[in-house]
Ligand binder design. Structure first.
Ligand SMILES: [Zn+2]
Length: 444
């Protein structure tokens, strides 16, 4: 099948606009997309890889997996089976997986669908069952050493994926719900690996979730290049978001996305105006003020074009004199994932009007966040360790029930100094994988 990336939008006109509230430069771009529609994008601040990309990152850099493959429509939704527990996540693994699995199907321009299947004690194998497996005893020698996770994709002779197993390296890494120091954000890793599962390789766009390295929470949100990729492989209409599609129990729907209570850096999370403060809401999300008077405080928004992007209960509003459209909860976040009665309910920030908020800033400083430092101009490295990420690919064909099997090894890695053996008594060892070779190459 054709995996050619979609053509990039054509820039029709570029003009400097009036400066923003804090004197930040604002550039207006008029663009024509491949479908002929024209659109306007404003670059607030600008010059940095994160603060200044907005719409201009549309030169596609996403890539199909190697060998390429996609799921046949008849195989959708892809069932993702939790095959093992996680010592780090315990009871939180299933809701985290549920949140991660929603990410790709909720892209508005894709027909790709996935769903979490019933948990089974099932190791990865070429068996037509796609599992997520936390390996906590010994990372298989066939897989690339030290990586965060590795997805093994099996395709048939027609190029259709029929099995994709996500191996998570819990031997060399510790995982968490919030990327606290010494740990890796598990949801981001799952979102990235699910990108491999659906047929994407690594992107060269440093802000994309499919970029081979991560830091903090930045892999959680899909960026423009990720959207271009999944919509090129599976064009169509996206799945219903919450509240139409209910969230896991105990998870509120905030601006069209399910959130964990006190999830950091997502819409309505308390924030400070520092680079990357709202990275879980997307690379163009910003820390904005909500409320008035004594109830005024700072929470994260999410970049938007219209209120339809923001879901029920939130609107797309200009948050600075320069524009800078962000999703802002209509109720000042009083019904979001950071509700409170008093300050003691807020792990960070203060309780203002029933919502935890960060400190508001004077109007004169309102543009500070939009003029963010070029913090992503260099390849992101995770803390701790600052290691790199390699991509290994191996195409091994073998007879398998009359089918040719192509193995895609796609992986990502960061380094970690944490190594701790662990044993789940009930777990059986994975059966030998049909993988005979893997090789490392430098990240793209
Ligand atoms: Zn990867």
């Amino acid at each position: 099948m054709d995996h050619a990336p979609p053509p990039a939008p054509v820039v029709i006109a570029v003009a400097e606009e009036a400066r923003g509230a804090a004197g930040e430069p604002v550039t207006r771009y008029e663009l024509r997309r491949a479908d002929g529609a024209t659109t306007v994008a404003r670059l607030v601040g600008g010059g940095s890889a994160r603060g200044g990309r907005v719409y201009l990152a549309t030169t596609p850099t996403w890539a199909p997996g190697s060998p390429p493959g996609t799921w046949a429509d008849a195989s959708l939704p892809v069932s993702i089976t939790p095959g093992s527990p996680s010592r780090d996540l315990e009871g939180e693994l299933l809701p985290e997986l549920a949140l991660a699995v929603r990410a790709w199907p909720e892209v508005p321009c894709t027909r790709f669908r996935a769903a979490v299947g019933a948990p089974r004690a099932l190791a990865p194998a070429d068996d037509g069952v796609s599992v997520v497996w936390f390996e906590e005893r010994a990372w298989p020698a066939e897989l690339s050493p030290g990586v965060l996770a590795q997805t093994v994709v099996h395709t048939d002779a027609q190029g259709h994926v029929y099995d994709a197993d996500i191996w998570v390296n819990a031997v060399d890494h510790r995982f968490s719900l919030n990327a606290r120091p010494g740990t890796v954000d598990v949801r981001g890793v799952l979102v990235h690996e699910l990108g491999h599962l659906l047929g994407l390789g690594h992107s060269a766009d440093p802000v994309a979730t499919m970029f081979p390295t991560t830091a903090g929470l930045r892999w959680r949100s899909l960026e423009r290049d990720d959207v271009d990729g999944v919509c090129a492989l599976y064009p169509g209409a996206g799945a219903a978001r919450c509240p139409t599609s209910p969230c896991p129990a105990g998870h509120p729907c905030v601006a069209g996305r399910c959130q964990r209570v006190h999830d950091p850096a997502d819409v309505c999370a308390p924030c400070a105006r520092v680079p990357g403060a709202c990275e879980a809401a997307g690379d163009d999300a910003r820390c904005v003020d909500v409320g008035a008077g004594a109830l005024r405080g700072a929470v994260c928004g999410r970049a938007c074009a219209t209120s339809a992007d923001c879901g029920v209960g939130a609107s797309c509003v200009a948050t600075s004199a320069a524009g800078d459209l962000q999703c802002v909860a209509d109720d000042g976040c009083a019904a979001a994932a950071w509700t409170c009665v008093g300050d003691a309910d807020c792990p960070t920030g203060r309780c203002l009007g029933g919502a935890c908020k960060g400190a508001a800033v004077d109007a004169a400083d309102a543009g500070a966040d939009s003029a963010r430092a070029p913090d992503a101009s260099a390849p992101p490295r995770d803390e701790p360790g600052g290691g790199g990420c390699d991509c290994a690919a191996s195409g091994v064909r073998r007879a398998a029930g009359g089918r040719a099997t192509l193995l895609l090894l796609a992986l990502t890695a960061i380094s970690s100094t944490l190594r701790r053996p662990w044993t789940w008594p009930w777990r059986r060892r994975p059966s030998p994988r049909p993988c005979r070779a893997s090789s490392c190459r430098a990240p793209r």
